[in-house]
Design a protein around this ligand. Structure first.
Ligand SMILES: [Mg+2]
Length: 127
């Protein structure tokens, strides 16, 4: 099976959305999405690299690591300071890289098996 680097958001993806502004008081009790831990830990066990990429700041590092330890999530790397979309004019992320970005999946509330669908994507016009 192909091994991948999974880059996974935390708030609103692994657990309920907790804005940075209230993260100190609400992280510990934040409810996990069903199957999130099992899903990610399975990818970890299969030899994939798990990178957690969050807009949480350095000030929230300790409470975030404590939460991750308490829920038993296996990961290789925690990356803080992802550019925030909340309270900005920006609508989303557009990732550009010379390495293969093989897959991209918007999480919409259910950690299920991944399936293939035919959708339109935006690519560089390099034909
Ligand atoms: Mg999020």
């Amino acid at each position: 099976m192909e091994k991948l680097v999974y880059i996974i958001d935390l708030d609103g993806t692994v657990w309920e959305d907790v804005p940075n502004e209230i993260a100190h008081s609400h992280t510990k009790s934040a409810k996990l999405f069903d199957n999130a831990i099992e899903w990610i830990n399975q990818k970890y066990d299969e030899g994939n690299y798990i990178c957690l990429f969050t807009a949480r700041t350095e000030a929230l590092k300790k409470i975030t690591e404590d939460k991750l330890n308490s829920i038993g999530l296996n990961y290789h790397q925690l990356m803080l300071n992802k550019p925030r979309l909340r309270h900005t004019e920006f609508k989303g992320y557009h990732y550009i890289d010379n390495c293969a970005v093989l897959k991209s999946s918007r999480f919409e509330g259910v950690w299920s098996d991944l399936v293939e669908k035919n959708i339109k994507i935006t690519v560089f016009n390099d034909d």
